[in-house]
Design a protein around this ligand. Structure first.
Ligand SMILES: [Zn+2]
Length: 306
């Protein structure tokens, strides 16, 4: 069994305005780096299907899904929030991004893949039940989690979110659902200015001050995530894989490097081996310095491949 790599050409056609950091070049940089590292030989490559409205409706309100479909422009752009813009291909890309998590769960649960990485955009973890935010339209990882719970009888799923921003949309969706544990490290105080005071039994929020380096990040994961995950014993482990906590990222001020992403990926794989028969689905979130992003994603995928 190998690692699935799920993407789609539509993810390159969603363009926000001006020189937006959340650009198609992010996907191209990752794919170029995977090619030069000869990693494709070890991956089963799939095109993401579009998510259906009923799959989206497990985590988004029907009114929100209707709104996004209605507002999607034929030409030009519409603004969903100060940071988030839809162009003519955005809806198609967003449906494929959410659908990638559906396919990833299907491949892993059927035993056709050991684990999976979804190389998609727009990202998802700021999208709440009924709102777009922070470059995100549909909450891709949440759509995958809800699919695993609804279709495969998974009783407990964990999401590990190491993006530099708090996964506030994911928390909004699963705050009242004890079957889903969210473990999130994030720079604080920082966008989206949430999460520092909303911890619960199954929402393990770990704010980190600007300047936090890899050693302190690893200590936080060991101290906060490890015991909670051991007790929760997830049957499936999802990853909101954002790489904007890298020290070279222009949007934020944490100081992780490639070896930290390898370390946290190994930590995640070990949790999955102990509790979840190795099931891991990782979905791309942020990461805006193209060289650091491509290098970190490649290291993450190489670790998933093993
Ligand atoms: Zn981010």
């Amino acid at each position: 069994m190998s690692t699935a790599f799920i993407s789609h050409p539509d993810t390159l056609l969603h363009v926000m305005d001006g020189h937006h950091p959340e650009s198609p070049a992010r996907i191209s940089a990752i794919k170029d780096r995977l090619m030069s590292a000869h990693l494709y030989d070890y991956l089963q490559v799939h095109d993401a299907p579009p998510a259906t409205d009923s799959q989206l409706a497990r985590v988004h309100t029907p009114a929100y899904i209707r709104h996004i479909r209605a507002i999607a422009p034929q030409a030009g752009v519409v603004r969903l929030d100060p940071d988030t813009v839809m162009g003519p291909m955005t809806l198609a890309a967003a449906l494929r991004a959410a659908g990638s998590a559906i396919l990833a769960v299907d491949l892993v649960m059927s035993g056709k893949a050991r684990n999976a990485f979804c190389c998609v955009r727009p990202p998802g973890h700021h999208a709440g039940r009924s709102r777009a935010a922070g470059f995100c339209i549909f909450n891709n990882v949440a759509v995958g989690v809800a699919h695993a719970l609804a279709e495969y009888g998974i009783q407990r799923a964990a999401i590990i979110d190491f993006d530099v921003h708090h996964g506030d949309g994911t928390e909004d969706i699963f705050r009242e659902n004890p079957r889903v544990m969210l473990c999130s490290t994030f720079q604080h105080p920082f966008y989206p200015y949430r999460g520092a005071d909303t911890r619960s039994e199954h929402v393990i929020n770990v704010p980190l001050p600007a300047g936090t380096d890899g050693a302190a990040f690893r200590q936080a994961v060991e101290r906060e995530f490890a015991p909670a995950l051991e007790k929760f014993a997830p049957q499936f482990v999802f990853v909101s894989a954002g790489f904007d906590a890298h020290r070279d990222d222009p949007l934020a001020d944490l100081r992780l490097v490639r070896s930290d992403y390898v370390w946290v990926t190994e930590f995640i794989l070990e949790v999955a081996r102990r509790h979840a028969q190795g099931r891991v689905v990782s979905v791309l979130e942020g990461g805006y310095e193209l060289v650091a992003l491509a290098d970190s994603v490649t290291a993450h995928i190489r670790t998933l491949v093993g």
